[in-house]
Write a protein of this length. Structure first.
Length: 324
């Protein structure tokens, strides 16, 4: 017997563990639905082999959100496996079709600088064949049934990390994408990437209400029901801790670059090339970290704690009511 690359979770659910956990749902008649496809074509090639080994034929891909490390394998699989259909939530689909948008928003909306045009931030674009659900319902965290390849899945809105991110539920397994992170990932990154902190906190709470037996995050360990509450509590604590550190960093007014440097210092983090981080990854890592810092600043601004002022030719964040 060959050693299976896929790890079986329940009768019809599997995943390929890795830097990105890739989900598989067997349709029961030989077909397979992939949930995310990993960073690049090398991963996708391995994923395809793993699905073949399990005696399944890939028929559809669900992309949970547009980040390059989740959609990077789409192009390879759509090109190399016949008749595969790509499904994604609206808005995320736009970013999947125009991947230049991810490094663009990390570059103040301008045409992206070269260091941001890497495979970590920019996948190959592919057309999306089917939109899953409606933007506002997903942002509101609603769940709904979705028919695909002869099976009915439950889709749940898990917005926050990305604006219209979804999770997929089938047979007691919640494929949660980046709706939460393993404790090992939290320890490694300190600040969890987010687009909208209020939505992200609501997503942790929503996952706490679920009653599936298994929860598979995009990064980190498959999590059983017995520990999911503790893991979600750790996600919430990490997010609240990050908000507190960002607020502390605004004790003195500063622009985004200055505040980001203070928060990096508060986390005792250095973004520099190391044995595990090649030089080409440092600027993308910085851009993601700074993006997360701004998400916390925007959250504090929404709450009326922090405000933005234009002073001395700088756009400054400051405590509300402080004199600039
Ligand atoms: Zn992501």
């Amino acid at each position: 017997m060959p050693i299976m690359t896929l790890t079986q979770i329940t009768e019809h659910t599997y995943y390929m563990p890795g830097a990105n956990n890739l989900g598989v749902i067997a349709t029961g008649d030989g077909g397979a639905i992939a949930i995310d496809t990993g960073l690049d074509k090398d991963i996708a090639r391995r994923f395809r082999k793993a699905i073949d080994e399990a005696g399944l034929t890939l028929r559809a891909i669900i992309s949970t959100h547009h980040h390059a490390d989740h959609i990077g394998g789409n192009d390879y699989l759509l090109r190399n496996v016949p008749d595969v259909r790509l499904h994604a939530p609206p808005l995320e689909a736009t970013f999947i079709e125009y991947p230049l948008l991810e490094p663009t928003y990390l570059n103040y909306g301008a045409s992206p600088i070269k260091p941001l045009q890497t495979r970590w931030l920019m996948a190959k674009g592919t057309p999306v064949n089917h939109l899953i659900g409606e933007t506002e319902a997903i942002i509101a965290g609603q769940s709904f049934a979705y028919e695909i390849e002869g099976v009915t899945l439950e889709i749940i809105g898990l917005p926050g990390h990305s604006r219209v991110q979804i999770g997929v539920v089938y047979e007691g397994v919640c494929f949660a994408a980046d709706g939460f992170f393993s404790e090992s990932i939290i320890r490694k990154h300190g600040i969890l990437y987010a687009h909208d902190i209020a939505l992200q906190l609501a997503t942790f709470d929503r996952l706490m209400q679920r009653s599936e037996a298994w929860y598979l995050p995009g990064h980190g360990d498959l999590t059983p029901a017995s520990v999911i509450q503790a893991v979600l509590a750790a996600n919430r604590a990490a997010t609240e801790h990050a908000t507190a550190l960002v607020l502390a960093a605004v004790a003195q007014p500063g622009d985004t670059t200055a505040i980001t440097a203070r928060v990096l210092q508060a986390f005792e983090q250095e973004i520099a090339a190391t044995e595990t981080i090649p030089p080409a990854q440092t600027i993308p890592q910085y851009a993601i970290f700074a993006g997360a810092v701004v998400a916390h600043l925007s959250y504090l601004e929404q709450q009326g704690v922090v405000e933005v002022v234009l002073a001395e030719r700088q756009l400054l964040w400051q405590r509300k009511g402080a004199t600039g």
